[in-house]
Design a protein around this ligand. Structure first.
Ligand code: GBH
Length: 504
């Protein structure tokens, strides 16, 4: 059943796509090629394999795919409020229906089976579980994740759950949101409750997705410099706070993470693993020589001072506190202990290098080399192509902080995907991107960096925040008028890589 569905999906791919996808029906002209050629291919892929037991997954987030925004007792989130506010989202798009995954999750798990994935990272909507953020849990909301976890398990796909992917219950926003320390406490309680209910099937929990993105872009917004100009970014709740308030929110976010880690340990079954999923700001050495590598590592540690660095070192760096001055967050030693609660793994989202650096004689010991005007980027102007980022990011997380296990919780790119006349989506740019990044990730594992899994963003096209449905990140194309899912060429590529546990 499973394989016939899969053949049906991929047999539509023609030409080279069919070659990639088919395992049994090798076309006659391909069989006629010499044994030497297939042997060469085998040797190459063997040399590029990942460790045994490596997790090949794709990732999504609740608000971006679920829809059913007000069903089965779910409370509104700040994203419901934000998208329902005119002018905030491109084309007035909302996540009201999104991929209708809430009703189509079975079909979507099947898609993952066809991708050859053995893992899936999804997020849990806090206001589905606690419509008011705290208080009475909503059994129907929890049931959805019970059904999803069961479906994944039955398909042999390991579920990895993110507890916060930006959809704060609106009821908590009304009481101050992340500006209030109570929100951190509420998050801990919610995390403990979910772990208690799901940890018999879900063995890996990510606390918070991309601290930096939702804190800084939700509460201040920013102008981002990209090759060729600047772009303005703002996420829900769309506030514009002062630097001191922003630093306090950053502190509450890492505190919430620490409280969740402790609650999951207290309420989850033995053997439940927990860690963050942060978008690491990684500096890449432009020249791979010891002095430049050390410089890039120091720059990376400093750039992550309010997030990963404090979580893993238990203190804010001197430079961070000095630079913040009177705007530094207010905190206690006890807070720092909670924030740096021991982790089972570190999850990092890696899309691009934040900078290329070289060593410098001047303080702080490195200098950023500006991106060349013609430096290649992907469909999104922010997505500077820099595959080495996914080599150095886990490498530095390992060498700076001794992480025992590392997951790449997101990596991928959007494209201007179109369905052509034969019904296919030929996303060559995505395949080149993924191959380049996975080549560098394989290099890290070959160096002994304990990367245990990789989650491509995203399983299928979905609601891309302020860009609405215009930015397509999926391995599977979605027609949002009909909800029809069609695997792209990159899906065939991913399936082959997952099957061989290697770069292909
Ligand atoms: C992730 O963020 C999110 O976790 C996910 O929900 C999202 O769909 C996916 O990526 C694709 O965007 O400040 O210059 O980086 C990725 C990292 C960080 C990308 C903020 C967009 C804005 C421009 N994001 N970034 S910049």
């Amino acid at each position: 059943m499973r394989s016939s569905f899969s053949r049906r999906q991929f047999s539509k791919l023609s030409g080279s796509a069919a070659l990639l996808a088919s395992t049994s029906a090798v076309p006659a002209f391909a069989q006629a090629t010499s044994a030497t050629i297939s042997e060469t291919v085998r040797q190459k892929t063997d040399a590029r394999t990942f460790p045994r037991g490596f997790f090949w997954g794709t990732a999504t987030a609740a608000y971006q795919i679920e829809g059913a925004w007000n069903e089965d007792g779910k409370g509104p989130s700040i994203w419901d409020t934000y998208t329902h506010t005119p002018g905030k989202i491109k084309n007035g798009d909302t996540g009201d229906v999104a991929n209708d995954h809430y009703h189509r999750y079975k079909e979507d798990v099947k898609l993952m089976t066809d991708l050859g994935a053995n893992a899936y990272r999804f997020s849990i909507s806090w206001p589905r579980i606690f419509p008011q953020g705290t208080g009475q849990p909503n059994a129907k909301g929890l049931d959805f994740y019970n059904r999803l976890a069961d479906e994944l398990k039955a398909a042999g796909i390991e579920p990895f759950a993110t507890l916060y992917h930006w959809d704060l219950p609106q009821a908590l926003q009304d009481k101050g949101g992340w500006q209030s320390r109570d929100t951190a406490k509420a998050f801990g309680d919610y995390a403990g409750y979910v772990a208690e209910k799901l940890s018999d099937r879900v063995h890996h929990f990510f606390t918070i997705n991309e601290f930096r993105s939702f804190v800084d872009m939700g509460h201040h917004g920013k102008e981002v410099t990209v090759p060729g100009g600047t772009i303005a970014i703002a996420l829900a709740p769309g506030l514009k706070l002062a630097p001191g308030q922003l630093n306090q929110i950053r502190h509450h976010a890492v505190l919430a993470h620490g409280m969740a880690v402790q609650a999951i340990r207290a309420k989850g079954k033995a053997g439940t693993n927990v860690g963050p999923a942060e978008v690491i700001e990684v500096s890449v050495p432009l020249i791979e020589a010891p002095e430049h590598i050390n410089a890039a590592r120091s720059a990376t540690r400093e750039a992550n001072a309010p997030f990963l660095t404090v979580m893993l070192e238990g203190k804010y760096t001197d430079a961070y506190l000095k630079q913040a001055g009177a705007d530094a967050p207010k905190f206690t030693d006890e807070d720092l202990k909670i924030i740096s609660s021991p982790l089972d793994f570190v999850g990092i989202n890696v899309y691009r290098p934040i900078a290329y650096v070289l060593a410098s004689d001047q303080a702080p010991g490195w200098r950023e080399i500006p991106f060349a005007k013609a430096h290649p980027k992907m469909f999104n102007s922010w997505l500077t192509l820099g595959p080495e980022a996914i080599y150095w990011a886990p490498k530095f997380v390992h060498s700076l902080w001794g992480a025992k296990e590392i997951f790449i919780t997101e990596n991928g790119c959007a494209s201007d995907d179109v369905v052509v006349a034969d019904g296919n989506i030929y996303d060559t740019d995505r395949i080149v991107f993924l191959r380049a990044y996975l080549t560098q990730l394989q290099r890290a594992t070959a160096d002994g960096v304990p990367v245990k899994g990789y989650f491509q963003w995203s399983t299928m096209d979905n609601f891309e925040w302020i860009n609405g449905y215009g930015d397509r990140f999926g391995l599977v194309h979605v027609d949002f008028r009909t909800q029809k899912r069609t695997p792209k060429l990159s899906a065939a590529w991913f399936r082959e890589a997952a099957k061989r546990n290697a770069v292909v």
